[in-house]
Write a protein that binds this ligand. Structure first.
Ligand code: GTP
Ligand code: MG
Length: 173
């Protein structure tokens, strides 16, 4: 039975990580408020948002920790991961460096989360077709060889955004 003070059955913590500028905050804005901004501000530390998702008959409230990609704003990185059951690891398909850094993010995730924590790799900005640097098969191969599912998104065009978050939550439940 549910408390009269909450409108969900479970509360889960999901952390969003990846290089600065890959679109983490815009993915969260799109998913939780259906908003997008072209002049998004760099995240400092962490920002919070929540979204309740239905999985079968249950309401799952995902508390999203939208973290800063910029190294100097990540002094508390270990605390961001504490208690997380899911991680969205985002890179930008037009930015090779952000793709190469996935390995770095994975080692941080492994250091600070439990082995049961689900990690979903997300290639964002697929609307920028002409300047794409990493192909979908290439990213998929990398993801599966590292035990991750892979999804491609555009926060701008609202492609696969809800799917990526719900895929992660379904992987948890
Ligand atoms: P930090 O907070 O510094 O870690 O960066 P972030 O990953 O949160 O990036 P943010 O969401 O602030 O987006 C950075 C820039 O990319 C902004 O100018 C966004 O408008 C743009 N952007 C985000 N998602 C997309 C997308 O899907 N397509 C395109 N074309 N631009 C995007
Ligand atoms: Mg941000």
């Amino acid at each position: 039975t549910r408390s009269p003070f909450v409108d969900y059955d479970y509360l889960i913590k999901v952390v969003v990580v990846g290089d600065s500028g890959v679109g983490k905050s815009q993915l969260v804005a799109r998913f939780t408020r259906n908003e997008f901004s072209t002049n998004s501000r760099q995240t400092i530390g962490v920002e919070f948002a929540t979204k309740t998702i239905k999985v079968e008959s249950r309401s799952i409230c995902a508390q999203l920790w939208d973290t800063a990609g910029e190294e100097r704003y990540r002094a508390l990185a270990s605390a961001y991961y504490r208690g997380a059951v899911g991680v969205l690891l985002v890179y930008d398909v037009t930015n090779m460096k952000s793709y190469q850094n996935i390995a770095h993010w994975l080692s941080e995730i492994k250091a600070y989360t439990l082995p049961t924590c689900q990690v979903l790799m997300v290639g964002n900005k697929i609307d920028l077709k002409g300047v794409r640097k990493i192909t979908e098969p290439q990213a998929k191969t990398f993801a599966s060889s590292n035990g991750m599912k892979y999804v491609e998104t555009s926060a701008l065009e609202c492609t696969n955004v809800a799917d990526s978050f719900t895929t992660l939550v379904h992987g948890i439940y």
